[in-house]
Design a binder for this molecule. Structure first.
Ligand code: HEM
Length: 504
């Protein structure tokens, strides 16, 4: 009996020792290379939030390390769970990694999130989750339908969507009063615009009854929720990546895959039967790609790439901007004056005018800085690279090691942006935002060859809605909200965003 208990205890000890060794195996990695190390928690790495430990997510964990080491070093050694990762503390070094030295940092951590489940075939077509030459092919294919020229040709979609948004708001105010929950309003607008642009359909999100959810929006909300939850799960699996294959982990669910496949098949069929054949939308681009050999799965994959951020991320940017405008009345008035001048008597604005409105552009950039919906960029070193980490030290970074560029932290750094927590579009008044990006300190869309592929679409989405709303309504805040809900990707407004819309 005693010998059996002894055996079990011995086994438990050995098992613990193996797990401990596995989790701490690399802990001397940075020390051996003479790099200052942010001390990791024994089994959780530097950022317990990434494993769902404690109440904070990754963004706030990174903030703590950033605050401790910034200004003293250009980069600091950390551990993403058990793997060594370099945290970049100097925006100029971030620029080197993203732009100047891009060929040495071509891949991203998210490239490792696909390929574990054969059925997860649509997300595998998204450049955000691709690596190497596949990434380049997907980016070139998908990006062809998002050029400035194509958006200009399809601009009528945004104009029409803007009109529908105003009609929906009128109906909502007549039936329910002046206070409109603005997260819902923003997603309704994005669902309508993206469904029209991608599939050439009326999603019904602005033409349905007030507060009613159409099927497209219901499915898209559930789909985006599952996708973002899966990203969190994949982040957690960084501790044991072999589990991904074992558990057949996937990002999109079977049910939503079936919905979007059917939607794309029907939309292609309708278009091939002549319905809307003169439209310059994303569907026409997908059909052109099919004529060059793309299969239906490619089309669904590209469509969902545009939907992912055209719906979810653009929606988040819009409601944060409207919330800031409701708080900063002077900014709102100044922006309205610019918009009303541009709209003129015929109340219309061309694509070029809309994109070029200077103060609107400043407001969007300032809102993106404050919110930073994708709070960090994780790149993987793909070729041996020498990095000047400051204090006369050079690091020979090996392929396979990842770096974290803390966009959110740069955007909230008082030494880069005085009064960083204030919404001050005037920051971008003296020089264009692109100059801030070149210095590596403004990265809401990333930078370099992997810069956000849908940046123009995202900006067009947000700018269209703001121009329409401000041309008709004054926005007032009804209650102050906190920014406490850390999704693991960024910080977002907590709770219902009930803003008051008063007709001008
Ligand atoms: C305003 C809303 C948006 C924000 C803030 C945003 C932000 C970002 C960021 C930070 C990245 C990572 C860049 C990097 O790794 O260096 C990214 C990548 C990407 N975004 Fe967006 N995005 C937005 C809208 C969109 C839209 C509307 C689309 C689709 C039309 C889109 C498609 C993509 C794709 C495909 C990538 C991966 C690019 C690559 O790896 O080559 N995004 N975005």
């Amino acid at each position: 009996m005693w010998s059996f208990i002894g055996l079990v205890l011995g086994f438990v000890h050995v098992a613990f020792a193996i797990v401990y060794l596995y989790l701490t195996w690399h802990h001397n990695y940075w020390k051996k290379r003479g790099i200052v190390t942010a001390k990791p928690f024994t089994i959780l790495g530097t950022y317990p939030g990434v494993l769902g430990w404690g109440k904070r997510g990754l963004v706030l964990d990174v903030q703590e390390v950033y605050n401790k080491y910034k200004g003293k070093h250009r980069a600091v050694g950390t551990f993403l769970t058990r793997e060594p990762q370099l945290l970049i503390l100097d925006p100029a070094l971030a620029h080197e990694i993203l732009v100047t030295n891009f060929n040495n940092f071509r891949d991203t951590i998210t490239s490792g999130f696909v390929g574990h489940n054969e059925d997860d075939k649509y997300v595998a077509r998204n450049p955000f989750f691709s690596s190497g030459d596949t990434w380049k092919k997907r980016r070139t294919e998908g990006g062809g339908g998002l050029t400035a020229n194509r958006l200009k040709l399809g601009y009528a979609i945004w104009q029409e969507s803007g009109q529908r948004l105003l009609k929906y708001m009128e109906k909502a105010i007549a039936e329910k009063g002046n206070i409109i929950e603005t997260r819902d309003l923003s997603y309704r607008f994005m669902a309508n615009t993206m469904a029209d642009f991608i599939w050439g359909i009326d999603a019904g999100s602005l033409t349905c009854k007030v507060q009613e959810q159409c099927e497209f929006q219901k499915v898209s909300t559930a789909w985006a929720f599952i996708a973002f939850q899966s990203i969190t799960k994949f982040n957690r699996s960084l501790v044991a990546p072999f589990m991904r294959k074992l558990l057949q982990m996937r990002l999109f669910s079977k049910e939503t895959d079936a919905f979007y496949l059917q939607l794309t098949q029907q939309a292609v069929k309708l278009r091939q039967n002549g319905n809307g054949s003169n439209r310059a939308d994303y569907l026409s681009h997908l059909i052109q790609l099919q004529q060059k050999g793309n299969i239906m799965d490619d089309s669904v994959g590209h469509a969902l790439t545009v939907l992912m951020d055209g719906y979810e991320t653009s929606g988040a940017v819009l409601y944060h901007l409207l919330y800031s405008l409701s708080e900063y009345h002077e900014v709102q008035e100044k922006l309205r004056t610019e918009i009303l001048d541009a709209l003129g008597d015929d109340k219309s604005i061309s694509y070029e005018e809309l994109i070029a409105l200077p103060y609107l552009d400043q407001c969007v950039n300032e809102s993106l800085r404050l919110t930073t919906p994708i709070g960090f960029l994780m790149k993987i070193c793909t070729r041996p690279t020498q990095i000047d980490v400051g204090n006369d030290k050079t690091l020979n970074l090996e392929p396979g090691v990842s770096v974290l560029i803390p966009a959110f932290q740069f955007h909230h750094d008082e030494s880069l942006y005085p009064q960083a927590d204030e919404f001050k579009p005037e920051r971008f008044g003296n020089e264009p935002a692109t100059e801030f990006t070149k210095r590596g300190m403004l990265l809401p869309f990333g930078d370099g060859p992997r810069i956000c592929l849908g940046m123009r679409v995202g900006q067009l989405n947000v700018k269209t809605a703001v121009v329409q709303i401000l041309s008709q309504y004054k926005i007032r805040q009804t209650k102050k909200l906190s920014m406490s809900s850390d999704s693991g990707l960024g910080l977002f407004l907590d709770g219902d965003i009930e803003l008051e819309y008063i007709k001008l």
